[in-house]
Design a protein around this ligand. Structure first.
Ligand SMILES: NC(=O)c1ccc[n+]([C@@H]2O[C@H](COP(=O)([O-])OP(=O)(O)OC[C@H]3O[C@@H](n4cnc5c(N)ncnc54)[C@H](O)[C@@H]3O)[C@@H](O)[C@H]2O)c1
Length: 391
């Protein structure tokens, strides 16, 4: 429960400094339903539920193009006031685009009890969240995430954000959707790189939470993720999403325990930035997990066998971009100091003991880090689609 302090001369509670204090709960009752299933997006159950409320549809233009028939079927089943098409890109997470959405919603007369429905990747879901939160001080939000990353990560947990000037996700809030509908049929049109980025987040969640699911999903992987069946994706999305929610439950506003979800992220932003964003976030997370796995090995937190299992999975889908944008330890060292300063002098690492069990380590000395970095470099340089000889 969130409580806000209200300073009022008429309140019943007198504070020690002579100011009257009243506390009241500001939390709205929120309950988000997550539905995962093949065909969920156009199922009668979902449509019946959405039809009762007037809607504005925000659709990723690629998704609209590639799924024109399903989108038309979906929209025909709603009480739609209008459809706004948006590019699935970082530029969409902007004040200018928010302005466009608010003006559209106002123009078609979206009422206070109406809803904004977003169909698209994480960028469209993020801007839709900010728009729903802002329009008429909050209308209902429904998310239909269409990328693997958005189904496992961006649409889960109520966080949203806009980019502002050069900073990513600088503006935003927590605003929980009423419904998140994940239909793995959308993955049929995703390219391998987008699948890899979502896969990285799935590895992250299951590596810190569920040993059985980790080996069930990752023990035998196809050469390319586009070969994974819609049924297999359904099960993976369901489990990864449930585990993410379980981790968030303890810390819904990102104050503490959610930190396990930072696995792979200690260095990810650094690799993204130093590649001038040629590396996608998920690719950088894969690299970050490989380094943290080697830190875990160096500190004897994870056994050689456990680290081998993790590295086989994380290295399997490293792309050529990951190999070309690798940075050696000497070139990285000056930036590490900058990272430490930005993080109040210390870095935290998520180290896996065994897939499914993780611990947070409070910084390590540069010697240990250098050794871990060197081992990680071997993994990255020799990675490919087949299990490499060094493992
Ligand atoms: N709010 C959160 O908690 C959270 C968490 C993680 C990431 N994010 C945000 O999510 C964004 C990344 O999400 P993303 O990877 O989905 O990126 P995205 O929305 O940019 O989509 C990636 C690309 O895939 C296309 N696309 C979407 N669905 C498709 C489909 N079914 N078939 C073919 N193409 C399709 C899009 O048009 C785009 O070109 C980032 O902005 C990130 O900050 C937010």
């Amino acid at each position: 429960m969130i409580c806000t302090r209200v300073w009022t001369p008429d309140g019943p509670d007198k504070g020690s400094n002579g100011v009257f204090v009243k506390e009241f709960s500001t939390q709205r009752r929120t309950r988000t339903e997550y539905i995962v299933g093949i065909g969920a997006f156009t199922s009668e159950g979902v449509l019946r539920r959405l039809r009762a409320t007037e809607s504005v549809l925000l659709i990723d233009e690629q998704v609209e193009l590639l799924n024109a028939r399903e989108i038309a079927e979906f929209e025909a089943g709603l009480t739609s006031l209008g459809r706004l098409t948006l590019p699935g890109a970082e530029a969409t997470k902007s004040l200018a685009c928010l302005d466009e959405i608010l003006s559209f919603a106002d123009g078609v007369g979206l009422p206070k009890h109406g809803q904004i429905i977003a169909v698209g990747g994480g960028t469209v879901c993020d801007v839709a969240g900010v728009a729903a939160m802002s329009f008429r001080r909050g209308v209902s939000l429904v998310l239909v995430p269409t990328t693997l990353l958005a189904q496992i990560d961006a649409a889960v947990g109520g966080k949203n954000g806009l980019n502002y000037e050069a900073s990513k996700n600088l503006v935003g809030h927590f605003y929980h959707p009423e419904l998140v509908c994940c239909d793995p049929r959308f993955f049929a049109t995703l390219n391998e790189r987008e699948l890899i980025c979502g896969f990285a987040e799935a590895v992250k969640v299951l590596a810190v939470s569920d040993a059985r699911a980790f080996s069930r999903y990752f023990a035998r992987l196809p050469a390319e993720l586009s070969m994974v069946s819609a049924e297999a994706w359904t099960a993976l999305v369901r489990d990864a999403l449930s585990w993410k929610l379980a981790l968030l439950e303890e810390d819904p506003y990102e104050e503490s325990s959610r930190r396990l979800l930072n696995y792979g992220h200690a260095f990810a932003h650094f690799f993204e930035e130093s590649s001038d964003h040629a590396l996608a976030h998920g690719e950088a997370v894969l690299i970050g997990m490989i380094i943290e796995n080697e830190i875990s090995r160096a500190l004897h937190i994870g056994t050689d066998n456990a680290i081998r299992d993790l590295q086989v999975v994380t290295a399997r889908y490293l792309t050529q971009a990951c190999r070309s944008h690798w940075m050696t330890f000497p070139s990285v060292q000056p930036h590490l100091d900058r990272l430490r300063r930005a993080r109040r002098g210390r870095m935290n690492f998520v180290c896996i003991e065994n897939p499914g069990t993780a611990t947070i380590v409070d910084d390590v000395d540069n010697g240990t880090l250098e050794e871990a970095w060197r081992q990680a470099e071997r993994v990255v340089r020799h990675s490919g689609h087949r299990v490499p000889a060094w493992l």
